[in-house]
Design a protein around this ligand. Structure first.
Ligand code: DX5
Ligand code: ZN
Length: 225
């Protein structure tokens, strides 16, 4: 199980400190890059990610909500990101970009936004290490989890079981103590949480609680992972 706090919910005036504040409870740090074109919102880009890379030992899970990822995504791998995820909706040739990312030294991730079906992409999954299923519409933190989107997680997990067992399936959006069990039962094994971690009085304890809930959902009845 991977717990990935999203710095979108952190205090951007002290990102290094905010990253280090979750080191004891997190596996990855989820870094939301938004370009004001693919999504209306605007966050940070490569120079900030490069600087932040020096501030924490956590592996970076860069989620690129940007147009033209073929131009920009490999730079995040070269900057030391562990996983770089781009959106299916923004990419003309996802397989070529996945290869570029792996060549540049990161894992390759494919993201599926709220209104995109996963089925057309299932056969591409062997080229990817991570599949990110949005459980909201990409663009803003703090939105309400949409449980119906977990059908995509179920479909992807069932497909992965036929030959791509090590695929990580990540969920992003509205993940909290109230929703993480359902996502884990559906077959997710990586969980992004912004608000649920950074609005908690103790972000490390919040990470640990989320992990415990996900693990217990799988061991007590979830049959999907
Ligand atoms: C939204 C981002 C998410 C966001 C999640 O487009 O991709 O990573 O930070 O925030 P919460 O956990 O608050 O829904
Ligand atoms: Zn994200």
């Amino acid at each position: 199980m991977i717990i990935a706090p999203s710095i979108l919910a952190a205090d951007f005036s002290k990102l290094g400190e905010e990253a280090r504040a979750v080191e004891a409870g997190a596996d990855w740090l989820h870094v939301d890059v938004m370009d004001n074109h693919f999504v209306p919102n605007l966050t940070i880009g490569l120079p900030v990610v490069t600087s932040l890379r020096q501030a924490t030992s956590l592996p970076f899970d860069c989620h690129l909500m940007i147009e033209n990822p073929q131009r920009w995504a490999p730079g995040y791998a070269e900057a030391g990101a562990y996983n770089v995820t781009f959106h299916a909706e923004a990419s003309e040739d996802p397989i070529a970009l996945a290869k570029d990312l792996r060549r540049a030294g990161s894992l390759a991730g494919l993201a599926i936004d709220r209104d995109t079906l996963v089925e057309p992409y299932l056969d591409l999954l062997p080229h990817f290490d991570t599949l990110l299923i949005m459980t909201i519409k990409a663009g803003f933190g703090g939105q309400q989890f949409m449980p119906e989107l977990l059908d995509k997680v179920r479909a992807a997990r069932a497909h992965a079981k036929t030959g791509h067992l090590d695929l990580r399936i990540e969920v992003d959006g509205g993940i909290s103590a109230d929703t993480i069990a359902a996502a884990a039962e559906a077959g997710a094994d990586a969980f992004v949480a912004g608000t649920a971690v950074y609005s908690a009085a103790d972000p490390v304890a919040a990470c640990r609680k989320l992990r415990a809930l996900a693990e217990s959902a799988v061991s007590t009845g979830g049959s999907s992972v």
